[in-house]
Design a protein around this ligand. Structure first.
Ligand SMILES: Cc1ncc(COP(=O)(O)O)c(C=O)c1O
Length: 441
């Protein structure tokens, strides 16, 4: 039976990345959220094990953020960002720049991760052209990478269902590095796996094929989230940095998930000690309270485009809602909370307890791998014969019914709770997953 307020007509909404028919036959509806919990439409408390969609890093409905947004809505609801400005946009850019690795202090605002990725790819092309190297047009992503759903993002992305329908329309001049997932070598690694740094050397092979002088940028998620939590092997990101620097190729880290505390520092770049040339972000930047994204750009990359061209618009790109006043208000309030409550340090301090609880699932039926870093874990299940993904889908549903929100992708369950989680809630997450896995076939 439908819950009391479930709409009787659900036909009009075409839901994103959703099995629409199954969902509408058995809706999972959310009504409200506070702190670590959602409340479902039928009144159940649901522990948020995924920060919504990896984005509500400070926990739900933080009063400071809510107040900042509503205050701003009453002062100035909207301001055009083209040829006009408003103070919050500049303040928000400064606040974001302060959290970025040194040198990446020029900030371009977008509204989502997908837009941040497409913006970063365009900046890379514009940078080379501004320097007289317009022949650098090739972009290199990685298998299993997720960079959102714009045509740029799916082209450099490596998730085949997201690409196949559109395969004839993807960007030209794209290559992919191999992914780093290998159960034989790395199953049940705690933190960064020991095996796999050499996979970055594949970049040299791709460069030799095309000549490095044709390549504009390499884009990877420092920790691949959406494909099922793939932690970078030790030395892997360093190697990518070394090779890209050697050949004058820009390195873009897509930190839409890893930015803002997920791995225990402001950015994964800081955590892993590898500094790219551009960082894409979204999600945690505004605690997801208002859509917002951004690209942090190395100062001289910015300057090559903005400072050296003829007078006039330097970069023909932007969004109606770039640096939207309410998004900026949300960003400023969110970053204040992260700083005041030391949430990135908290994620780092909780990481050992989180790792222990996650790896406690080793030996539970169906579990073939657990991998983790900071406050993120992937629990990979053996697939059911002839029905890949079905077991994880059932686990996800049962967890939801039991009062826990997790995510699944393929046969991997992903856990990425708000950084305000406590140790008891961490235990609860992995105990619930364990009990559910024991129940399902
Ligand atoms: C690494 C990465 N890049 C880009 C995106 C796309 O972000 P959005 O859904 O806000 O467009 C995501 C979303 O999960 C992501 O994880």
């Amino acid at each position: 039976m439908n819950a009391p307020h479930t709409p009787t007509d659900m036909s009009h909404l075409w839901m994103p990345f959703t099995a629409n028919r199954q969902f509408k036959a058995h809706p999972r509806m959310l009504a409200s959220a506070k702190g670590m919990y959602y409340t479902s439409l039928d009144g159940r408390q649901i522990l948020d094990g995924t920060s919504g969609l990896w984005c509500v890093n400070a926990g739900h409905c933080r009063e400071e953020i809510t107040e900042a947004i509503s205050r701003q809505a009453g002062i100035m609801d909207y301001a055009p960002g083209f040829q006009l400005g408003h103070p919050l946009a500049f303040q928000a850019a400064t606040a974001v720049a302060e959290l970025m690795p040194q040198g990446l202090d020029r900030i371009f605002f977008t509204n989502s991760g997908s837009e941040s990725v497409d913006t970063a790819l365009k900046i890379a092309l514009a940078y080379h052209r501004a320097r007289g190297e317009g022949q650098r047009t090739r972009l290199i992503g990685r298998e299993r990478g997720y960079h959102g759903v714009g045509f740029g993002g799916i082209s450099v992305g490596g998730i085949s269902p997201n690409r196949k329908i559109f395969s004839g329309a993807l960007l030209p001049a794209i290559d992919h590095l191999p992914h780093t997932h290998n159960l034989e070598q790395n199953a049940f690694s705690k933190g960064q796996p020991n095996w796999g740094a050499h996979l970055a050397e594949e970049l040299e092979r791709i460069l030799a094929l095309h000549d490095p002088s044709t390549v504009a940028a390499v884009i990877v998620e420092p920790m691949a989230g959406s494909t099922g939590v793939l932690v970078p092997p030790k030395g892997y990101l360093e190697k990518l940095r070394e090779i890209t620097s050697k050949h004058g190729i820009l390195l873009i880290f897509d930190e839409v998930i890893t930015g803002y505390g997920r791995v225990g520092a402001a950015t994964a770049s800081e955590f892993f000690g590898v500094t790219p040339d551009l960082i894409t972000m979204a999600k945690g930047i505004s605690n997801a309270a208002v859509p917002c994204g951004a690209v942090a750009v190395r100062r001289d990359v910015h300057d090559a485009i903005v400072e050296s061209g003829p007078a006039g618009i330097e970069f023909f790109h932007g969004y109606t809602y770039s640096a939207h006043p309410m998004a900026c208000a949300a960003v400023l309030a969110t970053l204040d909370i992260y700083r005041r409550d030391n949430l990135f340090a908290r994620a780092r301090e909780l990481a050992p307890a989180f790792e222990k609880a996650a790896h406690g699932l080793k030996g539970t039926q169906h579990v073939i791998d657990v991998r983790n870093i900071g406050l993120v874990a992937g629990v990979e299940l053996s697939p059911r014969a002839g029905a890949p993904g079905a077991r994880a889908a059932e686990a996800f549903q049962r967890c939801f019914d039991t009062g826990l929100m997790v995510r699944y992708t393929g046969d991997t369950l992903a856990v990425s709770p708000p950084l305000i989680i406590d140790e008891k809630q961490i235990e609860q997450i992995f105990q619930t997953i364990g009990s559910v896995l024991k129940e399902i076939a």
